[in-house]
Design a protein around this ligand. Structure first.
Ligand code: NAD
Length: 232
C-alpha cells in the first residue's frame, strides 16, 4: 500500500476504536461472517446470563474453548503498531470491542474493553473482578466464589464507567481511527459520532464498506496491518 493521507505522528491525542477485524490477521475467529463462531454455536446456549444460570459448566466449557483458541494466537502487526505509537509518547487510548486481550499482549497500556475480557472473571455474588489466565479455568472448583466470565454477554449492559471513560477520550482526541468493526453492535457503534461531532479527523480502516462509512473523513479499504503500516 502507498503512503496514507494520514500520518499518525501528526497527531497527539489518538483513539483507536477496534473490533474483531483487527484480530482477524492473528487468526481469532470473528463472531459473524465466514468462519464466524455463532455459525457453530448457539449463543442462547453459551453466551447469556440465562444459559449460565441454567448450565454453568457448559458455558465455562465454551469459554475455555475460546480461551484456548485465543491463547494459541499472537498479536499481529496492527496491534504492535498501535502499541508502538503509545510507547513513542502520543496520548493513545484503545477503545476495543474485542475480548481477546491482544492489544495488551502487544504492549498497549491504556485499553478500554467495552465488552469485557476473556481473561477476567467476576464473582456473581460480590461483583469482584480479577484477572485469570488459566486455560482451562476450573471455575466450579472454587467453592468460595461463583465465577462467571467478565464478558458483556447478549442481554447484558455495558459498564457505565468504561463507557464514560471511552466517551471522554473520544471527545478530546484529534484523530479517531476505527479499525475492523462492522459497526452493527450497539451502543458501541454510536461512539464514532462523538469524535465526528467534536471535530476530530475520523478514519475508517476496513476492507469493506460499513453502515457508518459515510461519517468518516477518510475510508481506507485495506487490512488493519497494511493500513497502519502506511500511516507510520
Ligand atoms: P464483526 O465480526 O461484526 O466485524 C468485523 C469487521 O472487520 C468486518 O467489517 C470486516 O470487514 C472487518 N475485517 C475483516 N478482516 C479485517 C482485517 N484484516 N483488517 C481490518 N478489518 C477487517 O466485528 P465487530 O464489529 O467487532 O462486532 C462483533 C462483536 O463481536 C463485538 O461485540 C466484539 O466484542 C465481538 N468479537 C470479539 C472478538 C475478539 O475479541 N477478537 C472476536 C469476534 C467477535
Amino acid at each position: 500500500m502507498s503512503e496514507s493521507p494520514i500520518q499518525l505522528g501528526d497527531y497527539s491525542r489518538v483513539v483507536f476504536f477496534t473490533g474483531a477485524g483487527i484480530s482477524a490477521e492473528s487468526g481469532v475467529p470473528t463472531y459473524r461472517g465466514k468462519g464466524g463462531i455463532w455459525k457453530e454455536y448457539d449463543y442462547e446456549q453459551y453466551a447469556c446470563q440465562d444459559a449460565f444460570d441454567r448450565d454453568p459448566e457448559a458455558v465455562w466449557e465454551f469459554h475455555n474453548y475460546r480461551r484456548q483458541l485465543v491463547a494459541d494466537c499472537k498479536p499481529n502487526t496492527g496491534h504492535e503498531i498501535i502499541a508502538a505509537v503509545e510507547q513513542r509518547g502520543a496520548q493513545v487510548t484503545v477503545v476495543t470491542q474485542n475480548i481477546d486481550g491482544l492489544h495488551q499482549r502487544a504492549g498497549s497500556e491504556r485499553v478500554l474493553e467495552l465488552h469485557g475480557s476473556l481473561w477476567k472473571v467476576r464473582d456473581e455474588l460480590s461483583g469482584f473482578v480479577k484477572e485469570q489466565f488459566d486455560v482451562p479455568f476450573q471455575a466450579q472448583i472454587d467453592y468460595a466464589h461463583w465465577w462467571r466470565p467478565d464478558i458483556v454477554w447478549f442481554g447484558d449492559s455495558l459498564r457505565g464507567d468504561v463507557v464514560r471513560e471511552a466517551v471522554s477520550a473520544i471527545e478530546s482526541c484529534d484523530l479517531f481511527v476505527s479499525i475492523g468493526t462492522s459497526a452493527v453492535v450497539y451502543p458501541a457503534a454510536e461512539l464514532p459520532y462523538h469524535a465526528r461531532d467534536r471535530g476530530a479527523v475520523c478514519v475508517e480502516v476496513n476492507p469493506e464498506q460499513t453502515r457508518l462509512s459515510s461519517i468518516y473523513d477518510h475510508c481506507i479499504r485495506a487490512t488493519a496491518s497494511d493500513a497502519l503500516r502506511a500511516m507510520i
